[in-house]
Ligand binder design. Structure first.
Ligand code: ADP
Ligand code: ZN
Length: 562
């Protein structure tokens, strides 16, 4: 599909330069254009920022007839239309919340033999529910003017995907009604099973699949321990690395968004917040200010992001733990769409995990606009809660890992193998001294489990660590835990080493975090319990081996051994 000898090659290259202002094609763009222009059904997996729009907008421009684009969000559609009109490409959209007369006018235009539009965008529920639209499409099809059908964010078709939207399932009707029109399905996120599900549900025939690496070489990843001084750290980070540049700070709650924005404003940054309880006009205003560079930084919940097309986002900071690696990868993906070097910094603390977990169980987490539609009502039901908790634990284990390449860890999640030598030290773990030692920590693990039992399975992980390392703080004394058999058994370990083992026990399900609201209003406490079934293996001879950076060998206190 790479060939430059297709009948449209000259025209397509000229228009790529002249109309879209690009010097060349990005990976797979030429290939996808050739395949879809040859009339095949095509499925494209391309990371965010890879340049999916061009693969249908360019063909739409140089083919006779109209390209139908199904896209999930009106804000996303409006953004696309604005760009197309700026490039003098006539385009329109239909959505349920438009004036009736306006809709009529567009439908009438479609029935004209000299229809001016090259692209028509619709939301999926339009296809499912609008008889009038289907009639017009039939008319176009009969007159051989329905050039192509594009399904954007195609993973929404699949129930196995993380963004399932029921309206997408009815899109199978398009291939049945218009069997000769090529379909182009696009997405930035799909595991193999989701992809197969999509191909089947849409009824694609002899589909050609383009899939490319999800690695984003221009994004630099790091995870930084989150302390009480986190906001000062963020201010300093931006000041030193990205002053006056554009970025997003993802926060967990609406209140956090406002708090972080306020603090950064005090520090002299041009900043605003964005979350779900602001009214739509307010949100649109903030988004516009940001697009026009009137403000640099947006402190937002994950409600912000879909349809954000700003190419020069130089940093994405996570003020709190994201809910899943998939979500994290997408949120980071909003940085550096122009291919320039950009930073992705995640501030991690184990206590955020407790907080996020609690919010998930309460259904109190703000969803991305996608997820909000299909799933809001199911958020608390058992299986989904379980999936969410599992996803979150994977995220914790990503953060706790200070040995393996961040890219390798993320890409493994999408089933992609990655040679960490290709990272070229663009993540924090690769940047560190690369040698590490493997330690058998089984004895430490057993002692920690035993200590949880000895103290009655009623205490938090940080308290268990205090007791284990021999603390005599007030809380320890209050519960007389200095008299417990294993008090101080881990005093030869650094705090980091001991907590790494304990957190590993949680991630691997030997210990279970029970989230509880404490007496003090609003604050959350958690207690550790023992998962007897798993722990039996541990005491039955299973070994636990962890990797530690060899730098740990010379800790300040001279504590070398685990
Ligand atoms: P996606 O939909 O895959 O996330 P977009 O289609 O929105 O990505 O493209 C991301 C950015 O890359 C846009 O700003 C677009 O103008 C730019 N872009 C796309 N193709 C090219 C190209 N061949 N050369 C340079 N820039 C491109
Ligand atoms: Zn790396």
């Amino acid at each position: 599909w790479r060939s430059r000898n297709f009948p449209w090659t000259k025209k397509s290259e000229a228009n790529n330069k002249k109309v879209f202002g690009n010097h060349s094609f990005r990976p797979n763009q030429r290939e996808v254009i050739n395949a879809t222009m040859s009339g095949y059904d095509v499925f494209v997996l391309m990371p965010t920022g890879g340049g999916k729009s061009l693969t249908y907008q360019l063909p739409a421009l140089i083919c006779p007839g109209i390209t139908l684009v199904i896209s999930p969000l009106v804000s996303l559609i409006q953004d696309q239309i604005m760009h197309l009109l700026q490039a003098n490409i006539p385009a329109a959209y239909l959505s349920a919340n438009m004036e009736w007369t306006e809709q009529q006018e567009i439908l009438r235009e479609l029935s004209s033999d000299y229809c001016k539009y090259k692209l028509l965008y619709v939301t999926p529920e339009k296809v499912a529910k609008s008889e009038a639209l289907l009639r017009q499409l039939e008319g176009l099809y009969v007159r051989e003017l329905l050039a192509r059908i594009v399904i954007d964010e195609a993973h929404c078709v699949s129930q196995w995907g993380h963004d399932f939207r029921p309206d997408y399932q009815s899109l199978g009707i398009l291939k049945q009604k218009f069997p000769n029109t090529p379909v182009l399905a696009l997405t930035a996120t799909a595991t193999t099973s989701v992809k197969e599900d999509v191909v089947q549900a849409l009824g694609l025939v002899n589909c050609i699949i383009f899939r490319q690496s999800f690695n984003r070489p221009n994004l630099w990843y790091s995870v930084i321990p989150k302390t009480k001084k986190c906001l000062e750290d963020i201010d300093k980070f931006i000041r030193e690395n990205h002053f006056d540049e554009c970025g997003i700070i993802y926060c967990l709650s609406r209140k956090d968004c406002e708090k972080v924005a306020e603090k950064l404003q005090e520090c002299g940054h041009k900043v605003a917040f964005y979350h779900g309880s602001m009214d739509p006009a307010q949100r649109a205003f903030v988004q516009k200010q940001w697009s026009k560079d009137e403000i640099n930084i947006i402190c937002a919940t994950v409600a912000f992001g879909m349809g954000i097309n700003k190419p020069d986002v130089r940093f994405v900071i996570h003020h709190s733990l994201p809910k899943s690696i998939e979500g994290y990868h997408q949120e980071c993906g909003r940085a550096g769409r122009d291919g320039q070097r950009s930073s992705c910094v995640l501030y991690y603390s184990y206590s955020d995990y407790i907080r996020v977990k609690h919010m998930i169980s309460q259904g109190a987490i703000e969803q991305s606009p996608f997820t909000g539609y299909g799933r809001a009502n199911m958020i608390n039901s058992g299986r989904i809660l379980e999936t969410n908790t599992e996803n979150l634990l994977r995220m914790v284990s990503y953060c706790e890992n200070d040995v393996d390449c961040r890219r390798l860890l993320q890409l493994a999640h999408f089933g992609e193998k990655f040679d960490s030598a290709t990272c070229k030290k663009t993540c924090d773990n690769c940047l560190k001294i690369k040698s590490f030692i493997e330690k058998d920590v089984t004895e430490t693990a057993k002692q920690l489990v035993e200590l949880v039992k000895l103290t009655g399975q009623q205490f938090s992980s940080s308290h268990i660590l205090e007791v284990y390392r021999g603390s005599l703080n007030q809380f320890v004394k209050k519960h007389r835990h200095e008299t417990v058999r294993l008090h101080g058994a881990g005093k030869h370990l650094t705090k980091g080493e001991a907590s790494r083992v304990l957190h590993h026990l949680v991630v691997e399900d030997f210990l279970v975090e029970d989230v509880k609201k404490s007496d003090i209003y609003g604050s959350v406490s958690s207690i550790l319990k023992v998962n007897e079934a798993k722990v039996r293996n541990l005491f039955g001879g299973q070994r636990i081996i962890l990797r530690f950076p060899s730098a740990l060998k010379v800790s300040k206190q001279g504590n070398l051994e685990v």
